[in-house]
Write a protein that binds this ligand. Structure first.
Ligand SMILES: [Zn+2]
Length: 146
């Protein structure tokens, strides 16, 4: 069974969270405060679910905008999935189908796909375009971590 490490925001203790607790609020084993929710798979969001997810998730969010007809997006998909695993417990990776959710793509000014946005409390911190490796995604994310 796979587990993911989630670090407590209050006391810094590293907690091992099993994969089946994805998306659930857990408690720190040391100080018993709420842990950040852990996601290890990309969450598919729509115009209906996007805002509530972004507003209720306490950590940074990596949002990938893609479309099913785009070969570059299909090539990028495994790296997005891998990055979600690598960042489990640190950041949430979400995917937005721009064909089904054009208003979200418009709100973020998405011109080309795939496009990756780093969001914090709904604000855009940075964005990058095009397919890349999971290691490059994580390195890009870490450059913005304080
Ligand atoms: Zn704690």
């Amino acid at each position: 069974m796979s587990t993911f490490v989630v670090t407590c925001n209050f006391c810094g203790t590293a907690n091992r969270i099993p994969a089946e607790k994805e998306g659930k609020i857990g408690r720190c084993g040391n100080c018993h405060k709420d842990l950040p929710r852990m996601y290890y798979r990309p969450q598919h969001l729509s115009e209906r679910t996007f805002d509530s997810f972004i507003n209720s998730y306490s950590g940074p969010v990596l949002a990938e905008f893609w479309a099913p007809w785009c070969p570059h997006c299909r090539a990028f998909e495994p790296a997005v999935r891998k990055a979600a695993e690598m960042l489990a417990g640190v950041a949430a990776v979400v995917q937005v189908n721009t064909q089904e959710n054009p208003a979200l793509a418009g709100r973020y000014g998405v011109r080309g796909i795939p496009a990756l946005f780093l969001l914090r409390e709904g604000r855009v911190i940075d964005q990058c375009a095009g397919s890349q490796s999971s290691e490059a995604i994580v390195a890009w994310f870490r450059r913005h971590e304080r």
